[in-house]
Write a protein that binds this ligand. Structure first.
Ligand code: GMT
Length: 381
């Protein structure tokens, strides 16, 4: 098939999933073109069937801001004419579903172009936070309903989409995935020595996110403070975002400034995750929670909030620990239990890795997207 994939290029789960999907589909014989504002993070190795097409939104003085949506639709029309797309697959509804919708209308109106089917994958905040905002909700709901196919990365997100946006679309759940050969336990001992300051008894607690309020970075610091009262530990923060500075200030105010290491955005996450002893994700909501899945694949146990898609792959007390988002005390207690009980630690890590390998590897999930593409193309032709 000829497939156009639209996504965000910046660090973020939806862009990572879309890029990994594009690479996997190209490896399976499809012609894939990735369309985004810039070369997506984790674009990876060269493959002859995988190409990248940047969207450029010029700024002209009379326009107050760049018109990204119009440029995106325009680019999709151009690339689709060149590669005769069967499917345009948008990741993250805002504004990608609207760009694909507009492109399909333009191609359909010409009377001589192949008209691709449009599929939208919902990832989380495109529905729960941004999408549900009254400034966007009508257009987002319309574009979801106008898609030929819609998928959500968890059952919880599907239910929330129907509840929040009252869409009528039949939403298929296809969970996120990762390359289990790439994501495996591969610690970096030099990094460990540096982060623990050469202290073998010090544990490393990691939080990976885009540091938006929904990730609750201050809760991360608070849980870390409570764990550190029982276990010598340092906190490793990976990623960038608006709340990173205040989380670090918060740590300094608590006298923990020296116990926090900020690594910023990192492309090679496997050695960093593998080097850590515990991952924290006390989010207010998660459409899926890809960073938890990545940690489990790298054999780092997860303590997280029981929200959104997280309970769909973390079984509390078995493959990780889940607590209400505001129960930082319970999250800290689970963290201490894991870090002080070797048997519990090994058992949790093993169960976590098993879940990822059984249900969330590329080979298990990508064929579900291929089947869905076929179903949509054949069904609506
Ligand atoms: O809004 C965000 O947090 C960014 C977004 C993204 O592009 O990474 O994250 C969402 O999509 C990920 C990939 O499907 C999910 O793993 C995250 O849970 C989801 N984030 C939220 O729902 C907060």
């Amino acid at each position: 098939m000829n497939i156009g994939i639209v996504c965000y290029a910046s660090v973020g789960g939806s862009g990572i999933v879309a890029t990994e999907l594009g690479c996997a589909l190209a490896a399976r014989g499809h012609q894939v073109r990735l369309v985004s504002s810039e070369l997506p993070f984790r674009f990876g190795q060269y493959h002859p069937s995988l190409g990248f097409h940047p969207v450029q939104a010029p700024v002209y003085p009379p326009l107050r801001e760049p018109q990204y949506l119009l440029s995106l639709a325009n680019k999709l029309v151009q690339v689709s004419r060149q590669f005769s797309f069967d499917v345009i697959h948008s990741h993250y509804a805002i504004p990608h579903a609207a760009g694909a919708y507009l492109a399909r209308q333009i191609l359909g109106a010409s009377g001589k172009d192949r008209v691709p089917k449009i599929i939208t994958t919902l990832h989380g905040t495109d529905v729960t936070l941004v999408g549900a905002d009254p400034s966007y909700s009508q257009t987002v709901a319309f574009c979801i309903d106008q898609s030929d196919g819609v998928t959500a990365v968890s059952k919880s997100l599907r239910a929330e989409t129907i509840r929040e946006l009252a869409v009528g679309a039949d939403i298929r759940v296809i969970p996120n995935f990762l390359d289990c050969d790439h994501y495996h336990y591969a610690p970096d001992l030099d990094l460990r020595a540096r982060l623990t300051r050469d202290n073998p008894t010090t544990k490393l607690i990691i939080h990976v996110s885009n540091f938006r309020p929904v990730k609750r970075p201050k809760a991360v610091v608070d849980i870390f403070r409570q764990i550190r009262a029982h276990v010598p530990a340092r906190l490793v923060l990976v990623g960038e975002g608006p709340e990173l500075g205040s989380a670090c200030q918060n740590a300094r105010d608590l006298g923990l400034g020296d116990a926090v290491e900020v690594l910023g955005e990192q492309e090679h996450i496997v050695p960093i995750l593998s080097t850590a002893d515990l991952a924290l994700l006390p989010s207010a909501n998660e459409g899926f929670g890809l960073s938890a899945l990545e940690a489990m694949a790298c054999e780092t146990p997860v303590v997280a909030s029981c929200v959104g898609g997280l309970p769909e792959f973390i079984e509390h007390g078995v493959s990780g620990f889940l607590h209400p988002p505001d129960d930082m005390k319970a999250m800290a207690e689970s963290g201490v239990a894991l870090l002080t009980d070797d048997f519990l630690y090994r058992r949790t890590v093993q169960a976590g890795r098993d879940v990822v390998c059984r249900r969330f590897c590329t080979d298990a999930i990508v064929p579900r997207y291929e089947d869905y593409y076929r179903e949509i193309v054949e069904h609506t032709e």
